[in-house]
Write a protein that binds this ligand. Structure first.
Ligand code: LLP
Length: 397
């Protein structure tokens, strides 16, 4: 994959493998802009699809549900990982069909399950015993045979921010091993459900490949045991969670980090003869977007602290306020060296609306533009209407 995604040519910031000059995007600026480069997504999808052990890549559309992005995933022959009927109905508009959906989520309603079963979706990832009983009930009513997956919690610490770890002992997600065993027994007694897959999803923004190794070591014997009871089991869904280094937007480094995972899959899964599924969000789309914002106010307070107040904040990009997440911020027009220190904040009436504290930056003036980097995943998808500011725009290079 191509390398550095942000480069300066003289004073001007350029973005993406084709070095798009960001000053072109702000010519008629009216409100914050999510600017996307689909080439970045395509490159990443094709790379993951080249992994020898992979069966099918499913895109976790919660990361970004923009229709043009979904259409690209459809064109690239990906399936989707979805968490609501709302997501599925939205994805239909991009050309997806039931056969493309893996349906995850801890609280699927009867109505949602009925819709999924009626539309014969690829796989329902079951996260509780109650859910399984609901599925059996509805499948009997509709006289359908439903392909289910059991999402098991292997209790592996994803070594990520606690708010986005999903396989800790007390997580609400998935089934613990005794519950999964009960579920297998129930499936074995009911012809209307077929155990097609086992899965785990450890969490998001994982940076250590060893975490996957641990989970595989725990899950493999359980898979074999389940298969001896339900011989139709032939898919292994390893969730998502692959992280990126938000401090260094370099595709080559992203690739190096996860090359090891591809190797791990080849080593560990070859003998299993299972169809490998992945549900990836962040890794595929995070790097594809910058959020362009305007410096609205520069304000210096008595202790000498300088605030750079942007017209975009937590109502658009919630990640810094919610998880203290780092998103690089760069001037689109660079006025010299980084001689200043700013607290970069948003316009929202909340003290937690902070993008970055004590950021060394070149001097900026009111009306300048900045690029907030790597905002393609869980950016636009998590916006809220708080403070009813002007809506942002999504545009494509
Ligand atoms: N599969 C399941 C069942 C999931 O819950 C998720 C994400 C994924 C796959 C995709 O994970 P990814 O490859 O994107 O890490 N809002 C947070 C991230 C929440 C992730 C939720 N689940 C953030 O901004 O960091």
């Amino acid at each position: 994959m191509s390398r550095k995604l942000f480069t300066y040519q003289g004073t001007d910031l350029h973005f993406g493998p084709n070095a798009y000059p960001l000053k072109s995007a702000v010519k008629n600026y009216q409100q914050p802009i999510w600017l996307y480069d689909l080439a970045i997504i395509e490159e990443r999808v094709r790379w993951i699809q080249s992994w020898p052990q992979l069966g099918r890549l499913h895109y976790a559309m919660k990361a970004n549900f923009n229709l043009d992005i979904l259409k690209l995933f459809k064109k690239l022959n990906c399936g989707l990982d979805v968490v609501s009927v709302g997501e599925m109905k939205h994805a239909l508009k991009a050309g997806f069909t039931g056969a493309d959906f893996i349906f995850s989520g801890v609280a699927k309603s009867r109505a949602e399950l009925a819709w999924a079963i009626e539309n014969e979706i690829y796989q329902i990832n079951v996260e509780s015993f109650s859910e399984l009983k609901r599925i059996i009930d509805i499948a009997n009513q509709q006289k359908k045979i439903v392909s289910v997956d059991l999402r098991v919690n292997p209790e592996v610490d994803a070594e990520t921010h606690p708010s986005i770890a999903t396989a800790l002992k007390d997580s609400k997600f998935g089934l613990d091993f005794p519950a999964a065993q009960l579920a297998i027994d129930l499936i074995a007694q009911n012809k209307c459900v077929q155990l097609k897959a086992l899965s785990f999803h450890l969490g998001s923004q994982i940076m250590n490949v060893k975490v996957f190794e641990k989970a595989l070591t725990i899950m493999k014997p359980f898979y074999q045991k389940a298969k001896s009871i339900c011989p139709e089991l032939d898919r292994f869904d390893l969730g998502g969670g692959l992280g990126i280094d938000y401090k260094n937007a370099d595709s080559a480094i992203d690739q190096q980090r996860w090359d090891e995972l591809a190797a791990l899959f080849s080593r560990e899964l070859k003998a299993m003869n299972a169809f490998l599924l992945l549900e990836m969000g962040r890794f595929l789309v995070a790097r594809s977007s910058v959020l362009i914002a305007r410096v609205e106010i520069i304000k210096e307070v008595l202790n000498g602290k300088k605030f750079m107040i942007l017209d975009a904040g937590m109502s658009l990009l919630m990640r810094p306020a919610l998880y203290q997440a780092y998103h690089e911020i760069l001037p689109i027009y660079k006025r010299g060296e980084e001689t200043e220190t700013y607290d970069i904040v948003g316009p929202i009436c909340e003290s937690t609306d902070v993008l970055m504290l004590n950021k060394k930056f070149s001097k900026v003036e009111e009306g300048d533009f900045v690029a907030i980097c790597d905002t393609g995943a869980y950016g636009a998808a998590m916006t809220s209407r708080y403070n009813l500011r002007e809506e942002s725009a999504e545009i494509f290079i």
